[in-house]
Design a binder for this molecule. Structure first.
Ligand code: NDP
Length: 491
């Protein structure tokens, strides 16, 4: 029999006294309370993050993004995890890293030329310890199982951080809406839902949008779910306002990122007003991050898409942002068209904006869009803060450079949690069959972002006072899920 106790000597004595009894009470000199220990407990059994990652690499060798996400999180929670030996006894770490369920299916649809097309579809139901599975759907040609597993893993921690009862999930397809007609997008969404509807439900799994899935796609998906099930339910979030959507949901991720940024700046008594901002992406998150920056008096200088970025030395003002919103959301055009409208701006084909000089960087496009060299350029150019609107936009070496330089740096799971938070609020409104005002939702959003920030400060402040937002977010997100899993037994 082995016991967990700080005193090896005492542990041996207890062994002698109680033999092989299953549960025993011990009176340890260095423990304040009487504790119950299971006799099978191994005193040396603790989690070794590097080993867990190695094991996962062997089991899932073709999923580099998933391994990257896990290997970024585990070292930051290792210390806290090992303060709770009961976690290891229940093998919590493997159960938390490996998704509960992976649904993979073929989608068959017909294009405008009458040709039959196939795509792959996925739904990763990662963890539902604290609420129904919840996470977006991504339509992009790069989508594969490993990318969605990384996103579902991250989503579990993020949703836990929001303080709302939501588990973690993600899904999507390697279908690209780019260049497709409305009718093709509709037929694809319907075909996707023909499979997805079997595994989702308002208390089971509630998908939302992500890259390539905006209001239009969510509308088509919802319509097909209704057709198949005869149910009008809050089964998707990001819906249109007339059929159960929440005000502020389109704005929530971008706004939330900037609210989080202002909390970070406040820890150093810095005002966002007048600060120059580099933004990547020109989609949902980027647009509303830019809008909130403008409202707070900051000056966005760049925006981008997967072909390149525009730099406007005069700043992207309200009228220019309206032009981008129309270009991207209605005309579905490319960001380079901006310089035809505003010739003082410059377009950089095939490049990212991180070499430009500014005060703040908001990566809002996609994963792995800031490498080490670009992070160093940002630091050399005197950047103060990096707040991630996208999921995992910074490569591990970039994060190290930011943290070594003691920048204000927040990982996406903390700073972009506003989107899923308002999705959670949309679920609440659907359950009540009520709609809240924009002001009410925005106030909730501000409060949630502030609470997330405080949790990061609580768990992430280091001895020298530097706030390690990565550690703070991971530990805070992890502890809630871990406690719920422990309470629910081995399931
Ligand atoms: P959108 O599809 O609305 O916009 C994505 C933007 O990023 C587009 O400008 C797109 O350009 C660009 N982009 C996509 N892939 C690449 C790439 N490989 N390289 C360079 N640029 C690229 O998506 P969202 O704004 O919704 O999402 C952006 C990020 O934010 C993602 O990481 C997403 O997971 C994350 N996020 C989104 C939330 C939401 O509520 N929407 C919530 C939380 C996180 P192009 O048009 O050329 O493809």
């Amino acid at each position: 029999m082995n016991l967990v106790t700080k005193s090896k000597f005492f542990s041996k004595k207890v062994d002698k006294m109680f033999g092989d009894s299953k549960f025993i009470f011990i009176f340890a000199p260095d423990l304040r309370n009487i504790k119950t220990f299971n006799s099978n407990f191994k005193s040396k059994k603790i989690m070794n993050a590097a080993q867990v990652v190695e094991d996962l690499k062997k089991r899932f060798p073709n999923e580099p993004e998933y391994i990257q996400a896990v290997s970024q999180v585990l070292p930051t929670i290792e210390e806290e995890y090992n303060k709770h030996p009961e976690f290891e006894k229940y093998n919590l770490i493997e159960r938390l890293c490996i998704p509960d369920r992976v649904c993979e299916f073929r989608i068959t649809w017909v294009d405008d030329q009458g040709k039959v097309q196939t795509n792959m579809g996925y739904r990763i139901q990662h963890n539902n310890a604290i609420g129904p599975y919840k996470g977006g759907l991504r339509y992009h040609k790069s989508v594969n199982l490993g990318i969605l597993k990384f996103l579902a893993f991250e989503q579990t921690f993020k949703n836990s951080l929001t303080t709302l009862p939501m588990g973690g999930a993600k899904g999507g397809s390697d279908f690209s809406p780019r260049g497709k007609s409305d009718a093709e997008v509709m037929r694809f969404c319907q075909a996707f839902m023909n499979e997805l509807y079997r595994v989702i439900g308002p208390d089971e799994d509630v998908p939302a949008g992500d890259i390539g899935v905006g209001g239009r796609e969510v509308g088509y998906l919802f319509g097909q779910y209704k057709k198949l099930t005869h149910q009008f339910q809050g089964v998707l979030t990001g819906k249109g306002i007339p059929f159960g959507g929440s005000l502020i949901r389109p704005e929530a991720t971008g706004y939330g990122t900037v609210y989080f940024l202002t909390s970070m700046l406040a820890t150093r008594n810095i005002d966002i007003k007048g600060k120059k901002v580099l933004i990547s992406g020109a989609g949902n998150v980027a647009q509303y991050a830019a809008e909130k920056c403008l409202q707070l008096g900051a000056i966005p200088l760049t925006m981008s898409d997967s072909d390149g970025y525009i730099y406007d030395p005069d700043g992207i003002d309200r009228a220019k942002l309206d032009f981008i919103m129309e270009l991207k959301n209605v005309e579905r055009g490319r960001i380079k068209e901006y310089v035809e409208e505003y010739p003082t701006a410059v377009y950089h084909e095939g490049q990212r904006p991180w070499h430009e000089k500014a005060d703040i960087a908001l990566p809002c496009a996609t994963q792995n869009e800031i490498n080490g060299e670009e992070a160093q350029a940002l630091v050399n150019n005197g950047i103060i803060a990096v707040a991630e609107g996208a999921n995992m936009p910074s490569l591990p070496e970039a994060i190290k450079i930011f943290q070594d330089a003691k920048l204000l740096y927040s990982p996406g799971k903390a700073s972009n949690a506003g989107g899923v938070s308002v999705s959670g609020l949309e679920m609440s409104q659907n359950s009540e069959r009520l709609s809240w005002t924009a002001e009410e939702v925005d106030n909730y959003l501000k409060r949630i972002m502030n609470d997330i920030h405080e949790n990061c400060v609580k768990y992430g402040t280091e001895k020298d006072g530097y706030i390690n937002y990565v550690k703070g977010a991971n530990v805070a997100g992890f502890m809630k899920v871990a406690k719920a899993m422990m309470a629910q037994g081995i399931v």
